[in-house]
Design a binder for this molecule. Structure first.
Ligand SMILES: [Zn+2]
Length: 99
């Protein structure tokens, strides 16, 4: 379920309300956008737009491959588009000798 991948999302009621007040060409993306998006960006009856679907699918795969964790993705969804060589920069040695 895509909701597992989101930090926040609208419940069914709020989603209905958001769509009610939007224009005919717009639909509320209950994915990473959390905003009104052109209807053409959605496939059929999905609640999240295509680009969010793609991002979440990428995340699923990377989580399966243990490249990222779900928590990391929730904090920063753009992580799926970042290069993997970032892992090396994380291992920085702090030099506190002067203290
Ligand atoms: Zn979206």
């Amino acid at each position: 379920m895509y909701r597992n991948f989101l930090k926040s999302f609208l419940d069914t009621q709020s989603l209905k309300a958001a769509n009610k007040h939007s224009s005919k060409d717009l639909k509320y993306c209950n994915g990473l956008c959390q905003d009104l998006v052109a209807k053409t960006q959605f496939s059929s009856t999905k609640m999240i737009c295509r680009s969010c679907m793609n991002t979440i699918n990428l995340a699923k795969k990377q989580i399966e491959d243990q490249k990222i964790t779900l928590e990391q993705f929730k904090k920063d969804p753009t992580i799926v588009y970042k290069n993997n060589n970032e892992e090396e920069t994380k291992i920085t040695i702090k030099k506190c000798n002067k203290f």
